[in-house]
Design a protein around this ligand. Structure first.
Ligand SMILES: Cc1cc2nc3c(=O)[nH]c(=O)nc-3n(C[C@H](O)[C@H](O)[C@H](O)COP(=O)(O)OP(=O)(O)OC[C@H]3O[C@@H](n4cnc5c(N)ncnc54)[C@H](O)[C@@H]3O)c2cc1C
Length: 379
């Protein structure tokens, strides 16, 4: 009997884990990779599409291209799963697993912020970011706010990157002098674990006249008056609102018993990513391991779990504990990219090392994406 591995979610975490298992064990496994979407989109590609740097079709990587030994992709929605029985119910039937990986990411809850759906835009979902491609050309004058609405959100640099790219976009269209840009974030600095990165971003904001409002969330929009209400009670007028919606644990995960409420990111063993159910792992944004919600961390956690499964099936030594390390590329505008290498779990507190923006890092980011597309979707 082949070992049955069922992977819920084909994002950064699910794709990396599936690829590693297939490369190491191939047809000796029966891996079912399940996702409700047709295609994978890198988070950063959302910014490329909204600012007109890429066409939507160019950044969508169809799952139908996945042809790997031992792997079958199932396009379906996971309706429920039982981690004790390792049984998964999808729109296309029920699957039984020997090893179950939960890699369903974080859900976005637009309705949690009053006024956001009626009076604002969001750039975190694929449809939201793609729709902005047609909204931004109509923004001619007035205040733009890039606003975070919840404390825990994917890719902490993304709001700052968005403000810097919006600046360039408006300059290119000759509209910058008629507009203001404000970033509202729940942190004291843009990237708290890396003071050097934060300082560089704040310097770039100052140079470009972008206002940084720290330690605040956007609690609500009042579309009739075109104001954003901040968590400290202040009101900021806006003509364009680009929001980061509230992130929450997917409901199907709560109903499985792996989490107790929408902000109870799945508790796991920090070293192995295993949940309280043996043989059931939570990788990526859905888990509560304490690293930021970012693709590189989803990938890193998936690698540790894949190594553990490979070691178990081949009889080798268990892998090293998860270290919570990752490198994030940061768009600085002016066609330059910086990089921050962060380490969340090795030491007593998170640390980050900054590499200033350069053309070399632009090229490195391209390779980061293309190498993954090659491994995950190639033959
Ligand atoms: C604007 C933006 C920029 C970003 N930039 C970067 C960056 O530069 N670097 C970086 O490392 N990270 C970046 N990120 C973050 C990154 O995209 C996420 O952290 C990463 O994708 C998380 O991986 P994951 O595997 O945990 O979840 P995801 O990649 O979100 O995958 C979860 C998958 O589960 C599927 N799913 C969910 N529910 C169900 C269900 N019930 N049934 C079936 N399928 C389901 C979804 O369709 C999805 O494909 C960015 C994010 C955004 C929004």
């Amino acid at each position: 009997m082949k070992t049955r591995v069922v992977v819920l979610g084909a994002g950064f975490g699910g794709l990396e884990l599936t690829t590693m298992l297939s490369e190491a064990l191939g047809d000796t496994l029966d891996i079912a990779l399940i996702d409700k979407a047709d295609a994978f989109v890198f988070g950063y590609s959302k910014l490329d599409v909204m600012f007109g740097r890429q066409l939507p079709a160019a950044v969508q990587h169809p799952y139908s291209r996945i042809v790997k030994p031992g792997v079958r992709f199932l396009k379906s929605t996971v309706r429920s799963f039982d981690p004790a029985a390792k049984r998964v119910v999808t729109d296309h039937g029920t699957l039984e697993a020997d090893v179950l990986i939960v890699a369903l990411g974080a859900d976005l809850d637009l309705a949690a912020t009053p006024g956001l759906i009626e009076g604002g835009n969001e750039f975190y979902s694929v449809p939201g970011a793609f729709a902005l491609r047609d909204v931004l050309p109509r923004f001619e004058r007035g205040p733009a706010i890039v606003g975070v609405t919840g404390k825990s959100f994917k890719c902490p640099p993304a709001p700052s990157e968005t403000a810097l790219l919006l600046h360039d976009y408006l300059v290119a269209r000759g509209r910058r002098a008629a507009t203001d840009i404000t970033v509202v974030m729940p942190f004291g600095t843009p990237i708290p674990p890396s003071p050097d990165t934060s300082q560089a971003i704040l310097a770039a904001f100052a140079e470009r006249g972008i206002t940084f409002v720290k330690d605040n969330l956007v609690a609500a929009l009042v579309p009739e008056r075109k104001v954003a209400v901040l968590s400290d009670g202040r009101e900021l007028p806006y003509a364009l609102f680009l929001g980061v919606p509230v992130h929450r644990v997917p409901q199907v995960v709560i109903e499985s018993g792996l989490a107790t409420h929408p902000f109870d990111w799945v508790p796991v063993n920090k070293q192995t990513l295993e949940t309280k159910f043996p043989g059931v792992y939570a990788v990526g944004d859905v888990n509560g391991v304490g690293t930021p919600k970012a693709g590189v961390f989803a990938e890193g956690s998936a690698r540790v779990v894949a190594e553990a499964i490979i070691a178990r099936l081949r009889g080798g030594a268990a892998p090293e504990a998860y270290k919570g390390q990752g490198s994030c590329y940061v768009e600085f505008g002016h066609d330059l990219v910086g990089r921050v290498d962060v380490d969340f779990l090795s030491g007593p507190k998170p640390t980050g090392t900054f590499q200033p923006p350069s053309p070399a890092l632009v090229a490195e980011k391209v390779v980061f994406g293309s190498s993954r597309v090659g491994r995950w979707f190639g033959g």
